[in-house]
Design a protein around this ligand. Structure first.
Ligand code: TYM
Length: 332
């Protein structure tokens, strides 16, 4: 069976709507037809400033959110990155075939290091994409469901896989990004030409799935819309309206076109009120499920233990091949 893999960082108390619509929702769909590997990259999370105690809580809470949205531990292998040490071991080998200039061109590194000040930024932030390549290449992955902002990292991963294969012989599967165009970039509600992100200057354009629904509904009702009155899908002329249409269509499972026809003759106010309502209906049961799941850390830990065992089995086999190909002497 073909394999998919993806990860979501435990850097916040809640997934946001961009994480869900751009990526995690696809994870749920793909687990039916693929051998799925879904994980929490806690090692990536320590590349920026953080609190150890929070990290541990957020790691479990991220798993609870995955389960709550429908990731199924019976079908998908769910694990925490640091529980699979072979990933870090593979990172070293890959870092030795990555160009310094190549790594310097990663736009996410440039953005994040600029935000922290280049001196404050750690080397881990710089090598982050190489760790991400190891996440994927350790498991013979065919497709990686992510949002648009991860595309460049996926290209690096493909380049490294091909470079290794050329230099040392066919070893790695070269993965394809799985990016669903309509939902690959959900925008900030207050600044609808920038992606929705938890690191935005203000959080008034950010919808956290686990926030109080009233608070999120209010944010949607206060979303920036555009000049004019007609509700049409036009991301260039009407980025705010188009973003709300995308969000509502995604949550209701209908096409944007259908939605646009239904809004003929109606105003922006209607679009906002309805979108707020659809969101409330979606997050209310979700919050309940996450609350229940976080009360049972033992259950989550048991899923993670099983996931780590399966993941380690696969990654250890890849690593053994890699160590052999690069010429390491096998321990006697
Ligand atoms: P992270 O944790 O920042 O985000 C998780 C997923 O959410 C997507 N995403 C969005 N999609 C649409 N619109 C948005 N506004 C939006 N914001 C975030 C991201 O593209 C991502 O798919 N480096 C990764 C985590 C990672 C990973 C991996 C992913 C580590 N190793 C291996 C895939 C494979 C990250 O920071 O995602």
């Amino acid at each position: 069976r073909s394999r998919v893999l993806s990860g979501i960082q435990p850097t916040s108390n809640s997934f946001h709507l961009g994480n869900y619509l751009g990526a995690v929702r696809q994870w749920v769909d793909l687990q039916d037809d693929f051998d799925a590997f879904y994980f929490i990259p806690d090692m990536h999370a320590i590349t920026v400033s953080y609190e150890p105690k929070e990290l541990r809580e957020r790691t479990r809470r991220s798993v609870a959110q995955l389960l709550a949205v429908g990731v199924d531990p019976e079908r998908a292998t769910i694990y925490v990155q640091s529980h699979v040490p072979e990933i870090a071991q593979l990172t070293w080998v890959l870092s030795c075939i990555t160009g310094f200039g190549e790594a310097s061109r990663m736009t996410q590194f440039k953005d994040k290091s600029a935000r922290q000040g280049t001196d404050a930024a750690g080397v881990g932030l710089f090598t982050y994409p190489i760790l991400m390549a190891a996440d994927i290449l350790a498991f013979e992955i065919d497709r990686v469901p992510v949002g648009e902002d991860q595309r460049q990292h996926l290209e690096l991963t493909r380049d490294l896989a091909q470079r290794f294969n050329t230099r040392f012989g066919a070893t790695f599967t070269v993965p394809q990004p799985h990016i669903v165009k309509e939902f690959a970039k959900i925008y900030d509600l207050q600044n609808p030409t920038a992606k929705m992100s938890k690191s935005a200057a203000s959080d008034s354009g950010l919808i956290n799935l686990l926030d109080e629904p009233k608070r999120s509904a209010k944010k949607i009702r206060s979303a920036v819309t555009d000049t004019g009155r007609a509700i049409i899908f036009d991301p260039v002329e009407k980025p705010g309206v188009s973003n709300l249409l995308t969000i509502q269509a995604a949550l209701r499972g209908v096409q944007v076109d259908e939605l646009v026809s239904a809004y003929a003759g109606k105003g922006y106010g209607d679009l906002k009120v309805d979108t707020a309502e659809v969101l409330t209906e979606f997050v209310t049961p979700l919050r309940g499920r996450v609350a229940e799941l976080t009360e049972d850390p033992g259950y989550i830990d048991s899923i993670l233990a099983a996931g780590a065992e399966r993941a380690r089995g696969v990654a250890a086999a890849t690593l053994a091949t890699v160590y052999d190909r690069v010429g390491f002497l096998a321990p006697a």
